[in-house]
Design a protein around this ligand. Structure first.
Ligand code: SF4
Length: 679
């Protein structure tokens, strides 16, 4: 193509939570190239997905008309036919079984405005708080843990601040693959002289560059962080002034950390006590020491304790409220922070205002003109169980794919098969949409206006570059039309109007409007029109006042190896795929790198099982079994195996279990006991 034939539209990448800014080059009605834009979060960088992963947008598989399943087969339908059927089934469920027989999965792929409307639809139009989304599977424990210790469940600092850190601790995050541009910032910081500590079950790329690499066993995070704190306290390296001025409950922390001497922790974690001591000193001696973590910390039955342990460590050394430091949970999907902020959670209105709080209830009743349900709703895993036992009669899935992403997918599929009525709204016929009764064709990020909130709390513009594909419609248009069909008057003509409404009821978004975020975006809290946004949280006081030490004892994972299932399987992401591959498997150039599932096995384990690289291997857990391909590698230690979770065929989530963190209800996707044999 010739550059003078193309037009450029600046927007936000729709893959991960880094929030890179990019320009789509459009020729006719197609994206022909993507170029990086020097946005606040990305330093003019894009990763391979952002740069080359756009071909899904114009892919021939895009859904182009509504579909209704008749006699087990999908048939094309008009929008009116689809809406009429949805409305009649929705009213039937509400009339016969009550509003709580309806549930919806909102989408971290969709815009803030769409998430706001989705939860408003369920709360104000249907009358239920049964709304959740995939944050339940990734950072529900971050939201619960950091809200308890600091008063805000979000990343405390900003993406580019890695370049100002003098020590960086990465744990439970394969940053260069899952959040590549933040991974690049960490690598740049290291090149500039920052010390790097990596505590991970696999020898990830950053481990090779680390000053200290601790290859901890999956599920031992709490013991690891406790061991770090034990050393710091014993050596007198804690920030006593900061602890006295800005925290509470230090005495309990000191008492519990007493039981975690390095030798004991080294044995639990499978590491060297000397390395642990050196890592603790290195972190404590940093002036601006940052912690980056992700699902290696959160996806455990003790995920909330893991998150609070990270927070304890940062508070102990005075690293909260300081530029270049902080606690930095890296949110996975492009808008998972925003979907949480918008109240796509069963217990929270937008801005984490609790549905059980009478004042919040009264405020939203006034704003939305309907009386609201004050009982917290069901989480994703509880909804799946409800679909199976019939207590959920109507399930609305917007841009989620639980048939691949949730643990124990055989159980999820069995539940979806039994479902009374499912609406799936998506851009492709996903594995979950196959179970639906009605499928609605939605718009991709390139066909709509809106905003995403990235992992550093920055609200950035998404701009329409293309007309809708076929008869598809942006999700916000579908939701607005459905509200009206259900008899609730909604008259949004542009997403900016939804943003204005949302900002008026959500204090930390109170100062956000499209004119203010046109160039840079703004980081919440941004409570007023004059407020400049907040790059670093908790600078004067914590959001809750004092920082709370919440020490926890180490508890083993729900499943540990035994004679029947002697290996620990952990799961994670790879650079070339995104979530359940609905998009990346349709981009040939990147799918070709890893088109199928595989399992990483240490050479010692492999030789014990007579497995060579490339052999087929049967992997079984208490949930089921699959056959996949062995990748023999030193990246994992003996008796620990790793599978990427992206694949449906022979997917890791056939094997993962449903043990939940009791507080955050996040499943333990990171630790499953498995058996291996040559297939
Ligand atoms: Fe997109 Fe994330 Fe890659 Fe940036 S790092 S280009 S946001 S996938």
């Amino acid at each position: 193509f010739r550059y003078w034939d193309v037009r450029k539209v600046r927007t936000t990448c729709s893959f991960c939570g880094v929030g890179c800014q990019m320009e789509l080059l459009i020729k006719g009605d197609k994206i022909v190239e993507v170029q990086p834009y020097d946005g606040a979060a990305n330093n003019n960088m894009l990763c391979v997905k952002g740069k080359f992963g756009y071909k899904f947008v114009n892919h021939p598989d895009r859904l182009k008309t509504p579909l209704i399943k008749r006699d087990g087969k999908f048939e094309q339908a008009t929008w009116d036919e689809a809406y009429d059927l949805i409305v009649s089934k929705l009213k039937e469920a509400i009339d016969d079984h009550g509003p709580d027989s309806v549930a919806g999965f909102s989408s971290a792929r969709c815009t803030n405005e769409e998430n706001y409307l989705f939860q408003k639809f369920l709360r104000a139009v249907v009358g239920t708080n049964n709304v959740d989304h995939c944050a339940r599977l990734c950072h529900a424990s971050t939201v619960a843990g950091l809200a308890t210790t600091l008063g805000s469940g979000a990343m405390t600092n900003s993406n580019r601040e890695a370049l100002k850190s003098d020590v960086i601790l990465v744990s439970g995050s394969n940053t260069t693959e899952a959040h590549p541009v933040i991974g690049a910032h960490i690598q740049q910081a290291k090149e500039k002289g920052a010390k790097l500590i990596v505590a991970e079950p696999r020898e990830i790329e950053l481990a090779k560059e680390a000053d200290i690499f601790l290859q901890i066993k999956p599920g031992t995070n709490v013991a690891f962080f406790n061991g770090m704190m034990h050393v710091i306290i014993k050596e007198g390296l804690q920030d006593k002034e900061y602890i006295a001025a800005r925290t509470e409950n230090y005495e309990e922390l000191e008492k519990i950390m007493e039981s975690y001497p390095p030798e004991k922790v080294a044995e639990i974690c499978g590491i060297d006590a000397e390395d642990l001591i050196a890592a603790a000193k290195m972190y404590a001696e940093g002036e601006r020491a940052a912690i980056y973590y992700s699902m290696g910390v959160t996806q455990h039955s003790t995920g909330t304790q893991g998150v609070m342990s990270v927070s304890n460590l940062a508070l102990l050394c005075g690293n909260i409220g300081k530029e270049g430091a902080g606690v930095n949970p890296l949110r996975g999907q492009n808008n998972v922070q925003g979907a949480c902020d918008m109240g796509a959670l069963p217990g929270d209105y937008p801005g984490y205002q609790k549905v059980i709080n009478p004042e919040a209830q009264a405020k939203f009743e006034k704003a939305w003109g309907r009386s609201l349900n004050n009982k917290a709703g069901l989480t994703i895993t509880e909804v799946v169980n409800g679909v199976e036992d019939g207590s959920i009669q109507f399930l609305y899935v917007m841009g989620e794919n639980p048939a691949v992403s949730d643990p124990d997918t055989t159980h999820v599929e069995a539940a979806l098969k039994k479902a009374n009525f499912i609406v799936a709204q998506d851009i492709f016929m996903s594995e979950t949409a196959e179970f639906a009764d009605v499928v609605l064709p939605a718009g991709s990020f390139a066909e709509k206006d809106g905003t995403f909130t990235n992992t550093e709390r920055r609200i950035q513009r998404v701009r329409q570059a293309l007309k809708p594909i076929g008869e598809s419609k942006p999700d916000w248009v579908i939701l607005t039309e459905l509200m009206n069909k259900m008899g609730y008057e909604a008259s949004y003509s542009h997403p900016s109007e939804i943003m204005d409404e949302m900002a008026s009821v959500t204090p930390q978004y109170g100062g956000i409007s499209y004119d203010r975020i046109d160039e840079e975006g703004l980081q919440w809290p941004c409570p007023t029109k004059e407020h400049p946004g907040t790059p670093v949280l908790h600078t004067e006081t914590m959001s809750r006042g004092l920082g709370l030490f919440k020490p926890a004892d180490y508890i083993e994972s729900a499943e540990t190896p035994d004679k029947d299932y002697p290996y620990i399987m952990t799961t994670g992401r790879i650079l070339y795929h995104y979530h359940t591959r609905t998009m990346t498997k349709r981009v040939k150039g990147i799918d070709v790198m890893f088109p199928e599932s595989y399992i990483e096995i240490n050479p010692i384990t492999a030789s014990r099982l007579d497995l060579a690289d490339g052999d087929k291997v049967k992997v079984a857990s208490r949930r089921g079994d699959i056959v996949t391909t062995a990748k023999v590698t030193d990246k994992v230690v003996e008796d620990v195996v790793f599978m990427p979770f992206h694949f449906y065929e022979n997917g890791a989530n056939r094997l993962t279990g449903t043990a939940l963190d009791p507080t955050a209800k996040i499943p333990e996707l990171k630790v499953s006991a498995v058996r291996l044999e040559k297939a």
